[in-house]
Design a protein around this ligand. Structure first.
Ligand code: TXA
Ligand code: MG
Length: 330
């Protein structure tokens, strides 16, 4: 059972304090309730995937309190800026280039070099301002269930897994935010949502491009643009070959590990939670060593292991495979 508070000043401070401790808080936004964690804290963000029971790591939306906070993390092109001025705070998320060295944990963007940002209306924004850090927050529901649009629905679904819920009554919009990405001359709608395409088109004077929603539903956030190392990936490795970079897991090493050109251990103790927080960062770090192959030790499939393995399989898949083909090798 989570602590359920209202949305007065004291509740806002309590929520900010709980989030600062790396705990999860369900917060009301105008679209749906969000399952929020401090976006700079990898362990807290891993907790989101754990609580939702997500079988894979989607990149998460990062919520900011003001434009200055958005500019700390992302480069904002003029068209995105126009949309921000027209619709923030509100149900519009923009996918923007992540600034190098931005203090956002790589698990939030699932290793991508872009970040999805949104400024929510109401109490959520006040909590972010009080914390003075962005919040990663997907909808507050178990993976596969419908999005939580009231505190009671969130309590029934996730109450045993989270610290606190702020109750602001039923969500105003009841549908997730619209996600847009400005890509040169095209403005793409990556996810239809609480802000109508026509409203966006009226502001930009341009038609919105659409993505194949069927493919997007099959693999949300996992399209071709997703981070993949330039090195080949060899999974479930029991025998390391000389010169390979080794992505290790747990206290025991695969045979031949001493011949590895480089090695990083996702979790010495075998914690899947710790491994999740290290995954994207360590893949990148091994990739830039220049080894042609990253060998990955076996990782169990239980708990967060399912998402970790899903991500590794996608990173190992040849880039030319279609989403459907990728689903088959899972
Ligand atoms: O209304 C909302 O947007 C709710 C409330 C809580 O704010 N939040 C929400 O967040 O729906 P989330 O984290 O579940 O949205 C994740 C989706 C991904 O599946 C993906 O489609 C998109 O946002 N996304 C996130 N980062 C992305 C990126 N860097 N590039 C492309 N798509 C991205
Ligand atoms: Mg959702």
């Amino acid at each position: 059972m989570a602590t359920i508070l209202g949305i007065d000043e004291q509740a806002i401070l309590a929520a900010a304090d709980t989030l600062a401790q790396g705990k999860l808080v369900a917060i009301p936004t105008e679209t749906v309730y969000g399952l929020a964690a401090d976006a700079t804290n990898g362990s807290a963000v891993a907790g989101i995937f754990e609580a939702k029971g997500r079988p894979h790591f989607n990149p998460l939306i990062c919520h900011v309190s003001d434009i200055a906070m958005a500019e700390r993390y992302a480069k904002i092109d003029p068209v995105s800026r126009l949309l921000i001025d027209a619709f923030w705070p509100g149900p519009l998320t923009l996918v923007l280039p992540l600034k190098p060295d931005a203090d956002i944990h790589p698990l939030v963007a699932a290793g991508l070099d872009t970040i999805a940002l949104r400024m929510p209306r109401g109490v959520a924004r006040k909590i972010i301002a009080a914390l003075d850090r962005p919040l990663a927050a997907p909808s507050a529901n178990t993976s596969g269930k419908i999005s939580g649009t009231s505190a009671i629905a969130v309590e029934q679904d996730l109450g045993s897994k989270i610290a606190m819920i702020l109750d602001a009554g039923p969500s105003e919009v009841g549908l997730e935010s619209t996600i847009v990405k400005v890509d040169g001359d095209t403005i793409l709608m990556l996810r239809p949502g609480g802000l109508a395409a026509e409203e966006i088109e009226a502001v930009t004077g341009r038609k919105l491009g659409r993505v194949d929603q069927r493919a997007a539903i099959q693999a949300p956030g996992m399209m071709a643009s997703h981070y993949a190392p330039s090195a080949a990936m060899r999974l479930n490795v029991h025998e390391v070959m000389a010169g390979e970079a080794l992505l290790a897991f747990g206290p025991e090493r695969a045979n031949g590990y001493s011949g590895a050109a480089a090695m990083l251990n996702l979790s010495e103790t075998g914690s899947l939670h710790e491994a999740a927080t290290n995954l994207f960062d360590f893949m990148k770090r091994l990739d830039i060593t220049g080894s042609s192959t990253i060998a990955v030790e076996p990782i169990p499939f239980n708990g967060l292991g399912e998402a970790i393995n899903d991500r590794l399989i996608r990173a190992a898949a040849p880039r030319s495979l279609s989403v459907a083909e990728m689903e088959q090798i899972k």
